[in-house]
Design a protein around this ligand. Structure first.
Ligand SMILES: [Zn+2]
Length: 47
């Protein structure tokens, strides 16, 4: 259960491709470097 929540939380965040900062899903620009290169953390479950 908590695993699902964690996974959801991760999917709901965006990672700046430039500086690697985490941004809220609604953000259109990185709050740190203002880059538009935001990406949702893709399906990357720990193997
Ligand atoms: Zn950034």
């Amino acid at each position: 259960m908590s695993k699902e929540l964690a996974a959801n939380a991760r999917l709901n965040k965006q990672i700046c491709q430039k500086c690697g900062a985490t941004n809220p899903p609604k953000a259109k620009r990185c709050r740190k470097c203002h880059s538009k290169d935001l990406r949702r953390k893709a399906k990357d479950p720990r193997r």
